[in-house]
Design a protein around this ligand. Structure first.
Ligand code: ADP
Ligand code: MG
Length: 312
């Protein structure tokens, strides 16, 4: 069964209570904690480091160093959620990868929210149809989630629309603190509710609105970094896929090439494993391009948005 916090050397009943109150529910949570944030809870950096180390040893079972061959074998068993669009699955070499953060970037109307809706349905399908037989958690920061759209997409995928709606757990985030709180709270439900996909649409708009201008840039980026770490942790701890959306902004300092760039700077660029840039093309078509990928060649594919959802 699950190892309890109290099973760790140096963690008694009182400390365990403190840790739970601060959002560290399992040994895995501690193994992925940073010494700095844990020191705030425990009042001692030395103690924090000792507890994190003990947790890491338990979680890794002494296998921190592995050969690339073993890693290769592990990656062969990686799971994907199909986007339900052949061209996008090709671009992603199978779909959205479990354990990673996939970022959808694009201007208003590019199709980011539509893809999020579709993935919230796709994750529910059985494995042989590209899903994970699981549920989605949808964090909506812009108020653009539409259950009516889920019904249309579910019908197109031969799913019972009522069940499809039941299998999406929805929360509206009112500001960036609330957004981070929701992600923290999510930990309590992930396993019992069989959640394998977390969507944050959009990741960044509250942060941009609340921390405008150059004078707030450092604090905004620091907080955004914490938020992305939170999501990374959930992705690897609970073996689920995270999909976030991001806006583009014009950068006045670029004179040649594309004057638009993804918001969130380096923190977003380094924080998200796979980045897909969406744009509108002629006759209602959309183009998706994968950028900065550690494993994919840069390439572009086309897709469309119809009554049935996102399609080839
Ligand atoms: P964003 O990137 O801003 O999140 P969206 O994902 O909301 O963009 O995409 C909006 C576009 O999706 C609309 O401009 C429209 O073309 C298309 N769309 C939305 N719903 C439907 C529908 N039921 N049938 C066809 N197209 C739709
Ligand atoms: Mg949107």
């Amino acid at each position: 069964g699950e190892i309890r916090l109290e099973d760790l050397d140096g963690v008694g009943r009182i400390t365990a209570q403190k840790l739970r109150a601060a959002g560290f529910y399992s040994v895995r949570d501690l193994a992925f904690a940073s010494a700095h944030e844990l020191a705030v809870v425990l009042g001692s950096e030395e103690r924090a480091i000792a507890i994190i180390r003990a947790a890491q040893k338990l979680v890794n079972r002494g296998e921190e160093f592995i050969t690339a061959r073993v890693l290769f074998e592990k990656r062969k068993n990686l799971e994907y959620i199909s986007t339900g669009v052949r061209s996008l699955d090709d671009l992603l070499e199978g779909g959205v990868e479990v354990g990673s953060i996939t970022e959808l970037i694009g201007e208003f109307g590019a199709g980011k929210t539509q893809i999020c809706h579709q993935l919230a349905v796709m994750v529910q399908l059985p494995k042989e149809k590209g899903g994970l037989n699981a549920r989605a958690l949808y964090i909506d920061t812009e108020g653009t989630f539409r259950p009516e759209r889920i019904i249309q997409i579910a019908r197109a995928k031969q799913l019972d629309p009522e069940k499809a709606l039941e299998n999406i757990i929805y929360a509206r985030a009112y500001n960036s603190d609330h957004q981070m709180l929701l992600v923290d709270e999510a930990k309590k439900y992930i396993e019992s509710q069989n959640i394998r996909l977390i969507i944050v649409d959009s990741l960044i708009n509250h942060f941009r609105a609340e921390y405008p201008g150059r004078e707030n840039l450092a604090s905004r980026q620091q907080k955004l970094n914490r938020h992305i770490s939170q999501l990374h942790r959930l992705a690897s701890l609970y073996n689920l896929a995270v999909v976030v959306t991001n806006q583009v902004m014009s950068s006045p300092d670029i004179f040649f090439g594309n004057p638009m760039k993804p918001a969130g700077g380096n923190i977003m660029a380094h924080g998200c494993t796979y980045r897909i840039w969406l744009r509108k093309a002629k006759e209602g078509k959309r183009i998706a391009r994968i950028i900065d990928s550690p494993k994919h060649a840069e390439k572009e594919v086309a897709f469309a948005i119809t009554e049935d959802g996102v399609t080839d």
